[in-house]
Write a protein that binds this ligand. Structure first.
Ligand SMILES: [Zn+2]
Length: 119
């Protein structure tokens, strides 16, 4: 298995006495440190460094988290702005949609009773 760091890690060394191999791992994939060493992987995954089994599963950096929160906030602002615009300009549409006054119903046809003339 290979594990990946959050962005910004340049190298990792897990000492032998901590269960690692003692070698400094510096392989990267994209902008993430990649560790392909069974001894170190096990030791690193026990620590709260945010490593994950794929680049996508590694923890987000504070910058990444902030960018996502900003994006979410912008979406929420957009939705409320749209709702406000709709409430203002589309009030007639909304009013008619919410109008629950009785409307003429299509007549229901009552089925004819089955003929009893049959012999
Ligand atoms: Zn190692």
């Amino acid at each position: 298995m290979t594990i990946y760091s959050p962005r910004g890690h340049g190298a990792v060394t897990v000492p032998v006495e901590r269960g690692g191999c003692g070698v400094t791992h510096t392989d990267t994939e994209g902008d993430r440190l990649k560790v392909d060493c069974p001894k170190c992987e096990a030791a690193i995954m026990r620590l709260p460094f945010g490593f994950g089994p794929s680049p996508e599963s590694a923890a987000l950096t504070p910058d990444e988290r902030e960018a996502i929160e900003k994006g979410t906030r912008n979406k929420a602002e957009l939705v409320s702005a749209m709702a406000a615009a709709l409430a203002e300009k589309g009030s007639d549409i909304i009013a008619s949609a919410l109008d629950d006054s009785p409307k003429p119903r299509p007549r229901k046809r009552t089925p004819r009773p089955a003929s009893t003339d049959a012999q």
